[in-house]
Design a protein around this ligand. Structure first.
Ligand SMILES: Nc1nc2c(ncn2[C@@H]2O[C@H](COP(=O)(O)OP(=O)(O)OP(=O)(O)O)[C@@H](O)[C@H]2O)c(=O)[nH]1
Ligand SMILES: [Mg+2]
Length: 404
Protein backbone atom coordinates (compact mmCIF):
# COMPACT_ATOMS: atom_id res chain seq x y z
CA UNK A 1 0.00 0.00 0.00
CA UNK A 2 1.40 3.44 -0.90
CA UNK A 3 2.25 5.88 1.88
CA UNK A 4 2.53 9.64 1.96
CA UNK A 5 4.00 12.30 4.22
CA UNK A 6 2.75 15.87 3.91
CA UNK A 7 3.34 19.06 5.83
CA UNK A 8 1.23 22.17 6.22
CA UNK A 9 1.02 25.33 8.33
CA UNK A 10 -2.18 24.13 9.97
CA UNK A 11 -4.08 20.90 10.49
CA UNK A 12 -6.67 21.78 7.87
CA UNK A 13 -4.13 23.04 5.31
CA UNK A 14 -2.31 19.74 5.62
CA UNK A 15 -5.56 17.75 5.18
CA UNK A 16 -6.47 19.80 2.14
CA UNK A 17 -3.12 19.05 0.52
CA UNK A 18 -3.57 15.33 1.20
CA UNK A 19 -7.07 15.34 -0.23
CA UNK A 20 -5.97 17.19 -3.35
CA UNK A 21 -2.95 14.94 -3.97
CA UNK A 22 -4.14 11.51 -2.87
CA UNK A 23 -7.91 11.72 -3.20
CA UNK A 24 -10.64 9.92 -1.29
CA UNK A 25 -8.54 6.86 -0.39
CA UNK A 26 -6.20 8.82 1.85
CA UNK A 27 -6.11 7.79 5.51
CA UNK A 28 -4.03 9.69 8.08
CA UNK A 29 -2.19 7.34 10.44
CA UNK A 30 0.15 9.73 12.21
CA UNK A 31 0.05 13.43 12.90
CA UNK A 32 2.81 15.39 14.61
CA UNK A 33 3.75 18.99 15.16
CA UNK A 34 7.22 20.09 14.00
CA UNK A 35 9.09 23.17 15.12
CA UNK A 36 10.94 24.73 12.20
CA UNK A 37 13.42 27.52 11.56
CA UNK A 38 14.59 30.04 14.12
CA UNK A 39 17.79 30.34 16.07
CA UNK A 40 17.91 28.71 19.50
CA UNK A 41 14.14 28.62 19.46
CA UNK A 42 13.77 32.31 18.59
CA UNK A 43 11.71 32.99 15.48
CA UNK A 44 10.81 29.34 15.00
CA UNK A 45 7.36 28.28 13.87
CA UNK A 46 5.20 25.18 14.02
CA UNK A 47 4.15 22.98 11.16
CA UNK A 48 1.86 19.98 11.05
CA UNK A 49 3.09 16.78 9.46
CA UNK A 50 0.79 13.91 8.55
CA UNK A 51 1.78 10.47 7.41
CA UNK A 52 -0.65 7.89 6.13
CA UNK A 53 -1.82 5.61 3.38
CA UNK A 54 -3.90 5.97 0.27
CA UNK A 55 -5.72 3.49 -1.96
CA UNK A 56 -7.95 0.60 -0.87
CA UNK A 57 -5.62 -2.38 -0.75
CA UNK A 58 -6.14 -4.68 2.26
CA UNK A 59 -4.66 -3.22 5.42
CA UNK A 60 -1.08 -4.41 6.04
CA UNK A 61 -0.29 -5.95 9.38
CA UNK A 62 0.89 -3.58 12.05
CA UNK A 63 4.57 -4.54 11.79
CA UNK A 64 4.66 -3.93 8.00
CA UNK A 65 2.65 -0.72 8.43
CA UNK A 66 5.08 0.78 10.93
CA UNK A 67 8.11 0.05 8.72
CA UNK A 68 6.43 1.58 5.71
CA UNK A 69 5.33 4.63 7.69
CA UNK A 70 8.85 5.21 8.89
CA UNK A 71 10.39 4.56 5.48
CA UNK A 72 7.95 7.03 3.92
CA UNK A 73 8.91 9.56 6.53
CA UNK A 74 12.46 9.17 5.25
CA UNK A 75 13.91 7.98 8.51
CA UNK A 76 16.14 5.20 9.58
CA UNK A 77 14.23 2.90 11.81
CA UNK A 78 15.92 2.52 15.14
CA UNK A 79 14.10 0.20 17.47
CA UNK A 80 13.04 2.89 19.94
CA UNK A 81 11.40 4.90 17.14
CA UNK A 82 9.70 1.75 15.87
CA UNK A 83 8.33 1.05 19.32
CA UNK A 84 6.95 4.53 19.69
CA UNK A 85 5.28 4.43 16.26
CA UNK A 86 3.85 1.01 17.07
CA UNK A 87 2.47 2.38 20.32
CA UNK A 88 0.85 5.27 18.54
CA UNK A 89 -0.70 3.00 15.92
CA UNK A 90 -2.08 0.74 18.64
CA UNK A 91 -3.56 3.60 20.58
CA UNK A 92 -5.11 4.91 17.36
CA UNK A 93 -6.79 1.53 16.81
CA UNK A 94 -8.04 1.47 20.39
CA UNK A 95 -9.40 4.99 20.16
CA UNK A 96 -11.30 4.12 17.02
CA UNK A 97 -12.80 1.08 18.70
CA UNK A 98 -13.85 2.86 21.88
CA UNK A 99 -15.13 6.13 20.55
CA UNK A 100 -17.50 4.73 17.98
CA UNK A 101 -20.35 7.06 18.75
CA UNK A 102 -18.45 10.21 19.50
CA UNK A 103 -15.78 10.47 16.89
CA UNK A 104 -16.81 12.27 13.74
CA UNK A 105 -14.81 11.20 10.69
CA UNK A 106 -11.56 13.17 10.26
CA UNK A 107 -12.61 16.40 8.61
CA UNK A 108 -11.47 16.70 5.04
CA UNK A 109 -10.76 13.00 4.51
CA UNK A 110 -13.50 11.40 2.52
CA UNK A 111 -15.02 8.07 3.53
CA UNK A 112 -14.97 4.93 1.45
CA UNK A 113 -17.77 5.44 -1.13
CA UNK A 114 -19.83 2.61 0.40
CA UNK A 115 -19.67 4.20 3.86
CA UNK A 116 -20.67 7.53 2.35
CA UNK A 117 -23.56 5.89 0.57
CA UNK A 118 -24.71 4.13 3.71
CA UNK A 119 -24.65 7.45 5.53
CA UNK A 120 -26.70 9.08 2.77
CA UNK A 121 -29.23 6.24 2.68
CA UNK A 122 -29.69 6.47 6.45
CA UNK A 123 -30.02 10.26 6.27
CA UNK A 124 -32.66 9.95 3.54
CA UNK A 125 -34.67 7.82 5.95
CA UNK A 126 -34.46 10.32 8.82
CA UNK A 127 -32.30 8.28 11.16
CA UNK A 128 -30.83 10.40 13.95
CA UNK A 129 -27.22 11.60 13.57
CA UNK A 130 -26.05 9.45 16.50
CA UNK A 131 -27.71 6.35 15.05
CA UNK A 132 -26.11 7.00 11.65
CA UNK A 133 -22.68 7.48 13.21
CA UNK A 134 -23.04 4.19 15.08
CA UNK A 135 -24.00 2.30 11.90
CA UNK A 136 -21.23 3.78 9.75
CA UNK A 137 -18.61 3.14 12.43
CA UNK A 138 -19.81 -0.43 12.78
CA UNK A 139 -19.55 -0.96 9.04
CA UNK A 140 -16.06 0.55 9.10
CA UNK A 141 -15.02 -1.81 11.89
CA UNK A 142 -16.67 -4.99 10.73
CA UNK A 143 -16.02 -4.86 6.99
CA UNK A 144 -12.48 -5.45 5.72
CA UNK A 145 -11.58 -2.65 3.30
CA UNK A 146 -11.88 -4.79 0.16
CA UNK A 147 -15.35 -6.08 1.12
CA UNK A 148 -16.58 -2.52 1.57
CA UNK A 149 -16.52 -2.24 -2.23
CA UNK A 150 -19.66 -4.39 -2.43
CA UNK A 151 -22.31 -1.90 -1.33
CA UNK A 152 -25.13 -4.40 -1.64
CA UNK A 153 -23.51 -6.53 1.08
CA UNK A 154 -22.86 -3.51 3.27
CA UNK A 155 -26.48 -2.40 2.99
CA UNK A 156 -27.82 -5.90 3.66
CA UNK A 157 -25.76 -6.18 6.82
CA UNK A 158 -26.72 -2.66 7.92
CA UNK A 159 -30.37 -3.62 7.58
CA UNK A 160 -29.81 -6.50 10.00
CA UNK A 161 -28.13 -4.12 12.45
CA UNK A 162 -31.08 -1.73 12.18
CA UNK A 163 -33.48 -4.61 12.76
CA UNK A 164 -31.54 -5.66 15.85
CA UNK A 165 -32.21 -2.26 17.41
CA UNK A 166 -36.01 -2.72 17.18
CA UNK A 167 -37.65 -4.01 20.36
CA UNK A 168 -41.13 -5.45 20.14
CA UNK A 169 -43.66 -5.41 22.94
CA UNK A 170 -44.31 -8.75 24.54
CA UNK A 171 -47.96 -9.03 25.49
CA UNK A 172 -48.21 -10.03 29.15
CA UNK A 173 -49.88 -13.19 30.31
CA UNK A 174 -52.63 -11.67 32.40
CA UNK A 175 -54.18 -14.32 34.60
CA UNK A 176 -57.10 -12.34 35.98
CA UNK A 177 -59.70 -10.58 33.86
CA UNK A 178 -59.72 -7.97 32.54
CA UNK A 179 -56.64 -6.99 30.60
CA UNK A 180 -56.66 -3.19 30.78
CA UNK A 181 -55.02 -1.26 27.97
CA UNK A 182 -54.94 2.52 28.01
CA UNK A 183 -53.72 4.92 25.40
CA UNK A 184 -52.01 8.20 26.18
CA UNK A 185 -50.28 10.67 23.89
CA UNK A 186 -50.26 14.13 22.35
CA UNK A 187 -53.41 15.61 20.78
CA UNK A 188 -54.67 14.34 17.47
CA UNK A 189 -52.27 11.42 17.04
CA UNK A 190 -55.11 8.92 16.63
CA UNK A 191 -55.73 7.58 20.15
CA UNK A 192 -59.52 7.29 19.87
CA UNK A 193 -59.37 5.77 16.40
CA UNK A 194 -56.74 3.30 17.63
CA UNK A 195 -58.86 2.34 20.67
CA UNK A 196 -61.70 1.40 18.31
CA UNK A 197 -59.32 -0.60 16.09
CA UNK A 198 -57.92 -2.40 19.14
CA UNK A 199 -61.47 -3.12 20.30
CA UNK A 200 -62.11 -5.02 17.09
CA UNK A 201 -58.72 -6.78 17.17
CA UNK A 202 -58.99 -8.00 20.73
CA UNK A 203 -62.71 -8.73 20.47
CA UNK A 204 -61.95 -10.97 17.48
CA UNK A 205 -65.36 -11.08 15.88
CA UNK A 206 -65.94 -14.33 14.01
CA UNK A 207 -69.18 -15.65 12.62
CA UNK A 208 -70.97 -12.47 13.71
CA UNK A 209 -70.02 -13.04 17.36
CA UNK A 210 -67.35 -11.39 19.50
CA UNK A 211 -65.05 -14.13 20.77
CA UNK A 212 -63.88 -11.95 23.67
CA UNK A 213 -65.80 -9.39 25.65
CA UNK A 214 -64.55 -5.83 25.25
CA UNK A 215 -65.49 -2.53 26.90
CA UNK A 216 -64.27 0.92 25.97
CA UNK A 217 -63.93 3.72 28.51
CA UNK A 218 -63.32 7.35 27.61
CA UNK A 219 -61.99 10.17 29.73
CA UNK A 220 -62.88 12.53 26.91
CA UNK A 221 -66.02 13.70 28.61
CA UNK A 222 -65.69 17.44 28.32
CA UNK A 223 -65.13 18.17 24.69
CA UNK A 224 -68.09 18.49 22.41
CA UNK A 225 -67.72 15.62 20.01
CA UNK A 226 -65.02 13.88 22.03
CA UNK A 227 -67.37 11.46 23.72
CA UNK A 228 -69.57 11.27 20.65
CA UNK A 229 -66.68 10.03 18.46
CA UNK A 230 -65.96 6.93 20.52
CA UNK A 231 -69.65 6.29 21.17
CA UNK A 232 -70.21 6.22 17.43
CA UNK A 233 -67.48 3.60 17.00
CA UNK A 234 -68.98 1.64 19.91
CA UNK A 235 -72.41 1.75 18.30
CA UNK A 236 -71.16 0.54 14.92
CA UNK A 237 -69.04 -2.24 16.39
CA UNK A 238 -71.50 -3.13 19.16
CA UNK A 239 -68.96 -2.54 21.88
CA UNK A 240 -70.30 -0.77 25.02
CA UNK A 241 -68.67 2.57 25.92
CA UNK A 242 -68.63 4.33 29.31
CA UNK A 243 -67.57 7.90 29.88
CA UNK A 244 -65.83 8.75 33.14
CA UNK A 245 -64.64 12.09 34.42
CA UNK A 246 -62.64 11.48 37.55
CA UNK A 247 -60.64 9.05 39.61
CA UNK A 248 -63.70 7.80 41.51
CA UNK A 249 -65.91 7.04 38.48
CA UNK A 250 -63.03 5.34 36.68
CA UNK A 251 -62.33 3.17 39.71
CA UNK A 252 -66.01 2.22 40.04
CA UNK A 253 -66.37 1.41 36.35
CA UNK A 254 -63.28 -0.80 36.39
CA UNK A 255 -64.58 -2.57 39.50
CA UNK A 256 -67.78 -3.45 37.61
CA UNK A 257 -65.74 -5.24 34.95
CA UNK A 258 -63.44 -7.14 37.31
CA UNK A 259 -63.33 -10.84 36.45
CA UNK A 260 -66.22 -10.42 33.98
CA UNK A 261 -64.82 -8.69 30.92
CA UNK A 262 -61.82 -9.84 28.87
CA UNK A 263 -60.48 -6.51 27.59
CA UNK A 264 -61.01 -2.96 28.85
CA UNK A 265 -59.66 -0.24 26.59
CA UNK A 266 -59.28 3.23 28.06
CA UNK A 267 -59.12 6.30 25.81
CA UNK A 268 -57.66 9.48 27.29
CA UNK A 269 -57.71 13.14 26.36
CA UNK A 270 -54.88 14.29 24.13
CA UNK A 271 -52.39 16.35 26.07
CA UNK A 272 -49.61 18.59 25.01
CA UNK A 273 -46.43 17.01 26.29
CA UNK A 274 -45.27 20.48 27.31
CA UNK A 275 -48.26 21.11 29.57
CA UNK A 276 -47.12 19.50 32.80
CA UNK A 277 -50.25 20.60 34.71
CA UNK A 278 -52.65 18.88 32.31
CA UNK A 279 -50.52 15.76 32.19
CA UNK A 280 -50.48 15.66 35.99
CA UNK A 281 -54.31 15.94 36.20
CA UNK A 282 -54.79 13.08 33.79
CA UNK A 283 -52.21 10.97 35.58
CA UNK A 284 -54.12 11.50 38.84
CA UNK A 285 -57.30 10.09 37.24
CA UNK A 286 -55.48 7.16 35.66
CA UNK A 287 -54.01 6.21 39.01
CA UNK A 288 -57.40 4.53 39.56
CA UNK A 289 -56.22 1.78 37.18
CA UNK A 290 -54.59 -1.23 38.84
CA UNK A 291 -50.85 -1.74 38.41
CA UNK A 292 -51.39 -4.47 35.84
CA UNK A 293 -52.96 -1.93 33.43
CA UNK A 294 -50.88 -1.46 30.30
CA UNK A 295 -50.46 2.14 29.16
CA UNK A 296 -49.32 2.55 25.55
CA UNK A 297 -48.03 5.86 24.23
CA UNK A 298 -49.27 6.88 20.77
CA UNK A 299 -46.90 8.87 18.56
CA UNK A 300 -47.47 9.86 14.94
CA UNK A 301 -44.93 8.37 12.53
CA UNK A 302 -44.12 11.72 10.91
CA UNK A 303 -42.86 13.26 14.17
CA UNK A 304 -39.19 14.16 13.91
CA UNK A 305 -36.71 12.08 15.88
CA UNK A 306 -35.83 14.76 18.45
CA UNK A 307 -39.54 15.48 19.12
CA UNK A 308 -40.26 11.77 19.53
CA UNK A 309 -37.55 11.65 22.17
CA UNK A 310 -39.06 14.62 23.97
CA UNK A 311 -42.54 13.03 23.94
CA UNK A 312 -41.09 9.74 25.20
CA UNK A 313 -39.57 11.57 28.15
CA UNK A 314 -42.53 13.84 28.95
CA UNK A 315 -44.97 10.94 29.11
CA UNK A 316 -42.63 8.91 31.33
CA UNK A 317 -44.84 9.49 34.45
CA UNK A 318 -47.52 7.31 32.82
CA UNK A 319 -45.08 4.38 32.90
CA UNK A 320 -46.16 3.37 29.42
CA UNK A 321 -45.11 -0.13 28.52
CA UNK A 322 -44.77 0.39 24.79
CA UNK A 323 -45.25 2.83 21.96
CA UNK A 324 -47.90 2.70 19.23
CA UNK A 325 -46.81 4.35 16.00
CA UNK A 326 -49.81 5.92 14.27
CA UNK A 327 -50.34 7.23 10.75
CA UNK A 328 -47.50 5.24 9.22
CA UNK A 329 -49.35 5.62 5.92
CA UNK A 330 -48.70 9.35 5.98
CA UNK A 331 -44.93 9.15 5.88
CA UNK A 332 -42.04 7.44 4.19
CA UNK A 333 -38.92 6.39 6.00
CA UNK A 334 -39.16 5.12 9.54
CA UNK A 335 -35.62 5.98 10.61
CA UNK A 336 -36.85 8.73 12.94
CA UNK A 337 -39.01 6.24 14.84
CA UNK A 338 -36.48 3.40 14.89
CA UNK A 339 -33.62 5.58 16.09
CA UNK A 340 -35.60 7.49 18.75
CA UNK A 341 -37.07 4.30 20.24
CA UNK A 342 -33.70 2.53 20.15
CA UNK A 343 -31.91 5.44 21.78
CA UNK A 344 -34.51 5.70 24.56
CA UNK A 345 -34.79 1.92 24.98
CA UNK A 346 -38.54 1.71 24.24
CA UNK A 347 -40.49 -1.11 22.66
CA UNK A 348 -43.19 -0.86 20.03
CA UNK A 349 -46.53 -2.64 20.17
CA UNK A 350 -48.76 -1.59 17.25
CA UNK A 351 -48.64 0.35 14.03
CA UNK A 352 -51.65 2.07 12.48
CA UNK A 353 -51.78 2.55 8.78
CA UNK A 354 -54.88 4.52 7.84
CA UNK A 355 -58.14 6.13 8.91
CA UNK A 356 -60.35 3.12 8.37
CA UNK A 357 -61.68 1.49 11.51
CA UNK A 358 -61.11 -1.32 12.27
CA UNK A 359 -58.72 -2.78 9.67
CA UNK A 360 -55.92 -0.19 9.52
CA UNK A 361 -53.85 -1.56 12.36
CA UNK A 362 -51.23 -4.24 12.70
CA UNK A 363 -49.10 -5.55 15.46
CA UNK A 364 -45.61 -4.13 15.20
CA UNK A 365 -43.13 -6.46 13.56
CA UNK A 366 -39.56 -5.99 12.44
CA UNK A 367 -40.74 -6.03 8.84
CA UNK A 368 -43.47 -3.44 9.39
CA UNK A 369 -40.76 -0.90 10.23
CA UNK A 370 -38.12 -2.04 7.77
CA UNK A 371 -40.30 -2.22 4.71
CA UNK A 372 -40.91 1.52 4.89
CA UNK A 373 -37.22 2.31 4.54
CA UNK A 374 -36.52 3.93 1.22
CA UNK A 375 -33.61 2.76 -0.90
CA UNK A 376 -33.03 -0.38 1.17
CA UNK A 377 -33.64 -3.79 -0.33
CA UNK A 378 -35.44 -5.87 2.24
CA UNK A 379 -34.47 -9.51 1.78
CA UNK A 380 -37.17 -11.30 3.76
CA UNK A 381 -35.39 -14.67 3.62
CA UNK A 382 -32.28 -13.34 5.32
CA UNK A 383 -34.36 -11.42 7.86
CA UNK A 384 -36.67 -14.37 8.51
CA UNK A 385 -33.67 -16.54 9.30
CA UNK A 386 -32.56 -14.05 11.91
CA UNK A 387 -35.87 -12.86 13.36
CA UNK A 388 -38.29 -15.72 12.81
CA UNK A 389 -41.82 -15.00 14.04
CA UNK A 390 -41.06 -11.37 14.84
CA UNK A 391 -40.42 -10.58 11.24
CA UNK A 392 -43.86 -10.79 9.83
CA UNK A 393 -46.66 -10.66 12.30
CA UNK A 394 -49.57 -9.64 10.16
CA UNK A 395 -51.51 -12.69 11.17
CA UNK A 396 -50.02 -12.70 14.56
CA UNK A 397 -52.48 -11.31 17.01
CA UNK A 398 -52.57 -14.23 19.38
CA UNK A 399 -54.98 -13.40 22.12
CA UNK A 400 -53.83 -14.56 25.48
CA UNK A 401 -56.04 -16.66 27.64
CA UNK A 402 -57.37 -14.07 30.02
CA UNK A 403 -59.52 -16.50 31.95
CA UNK A 404 -59.50 -16.18 35.70
N1 LIG B 1 -53.82 8.67 7.87
C1 LIG B 1 -54.13 8.25 9.08
N2 LIG B 1 -54.96 8.98 9.83
C2 LIG B 1 -55.27 8.52 11.06
C3 LIG B 1 -54.73 7.31 11.59
N3 LIG B 1 -55.21 7.15 12.84
C4 LIG B 1 -56.01 8.21 13.07
N4 LIG B 1 -56.05 9.04 12.03
C5 LIG B 1 -56.79 10.30 11.85
O1 LIG B 1 -56.25 11.26 12.74
C6 LIG B 1 -57.27 12.15 13.17
C7 LIG B 1 -57.29 12.22 14.68
O2 LIG B 1 -57.66 10.96 15.19
P1 LIG B 1 -58.20 10.76 16.66
O3 LIG B 1 -58.39 9.30 16.88
O4 LIG B 1 -59.38 11.63 16.92
O5 LIG B 1 -56.97 11.31 17.48
P2 LIG B 1 -56.87 11.51 19.05
O6 LIG B 1 -55.47 11.24 19.43
O7 LIG B 1 -57.92 10.73 19.75
O8 LIG B 1 -57.16 13.07 19.17
P3 LIG B 1 -57.48 13.89 20.50
O9 LIG B 1 -58.45 13.07 21.30
O10 LIG B 1 -58.07 15.15 19.98
O11 LIG B 1 -56.19 14.10 21.18
C8 LIG B 1 -58.57 11.59 12.58
O12 LIG B 1 -58.87 12.30 11.41
C9 LIG B 1 -58.23 10.14 12.26
O13 LIG B 1 -59.01 9.61 11.19
C10 LIG B 1 -53.83 6.55 10.75
O14 LIG B 1 -53.30 5.51 11.10
N5 LIG B 1 -53.56 7.07 9.52
MG1 LIG C 1 -59.43 11.33 21.06
Amino acid sequence: MPYFTEQGKTHSECLEKIRARYGSGAKVLLERTLRKGGFFGIGSYEEVEMTGTYGYAPAPDLETAKRQVLAAAGKAAPDAALQSVLKELRSLHEKLDHRVNETPPVQGIREHPSLQRLEEDLQANDFSPAFIRGMVERARREFPLDSLDNYEDVQKRALLWIAERITLYQEPDVKKKPRIILLVGPTGVGKTTTIAKLGALYGNRTGGQWQHSVRMITLDNYRIGGKHQIEKYGEIMEIPVSAVENYETLRKTLALYREKIDFVLVDTIGKSPRNYGELGDMKAILDACPAKAEPHLCIAASTKSSDIKEILRQFEPFKYRAVIITKLDETTGTGNVISALAEEGKSISFITTGQTVPPDIERASVLSLLRNLEGFTVDTDVLAERFGAYLNSLDHLKLKDTGA
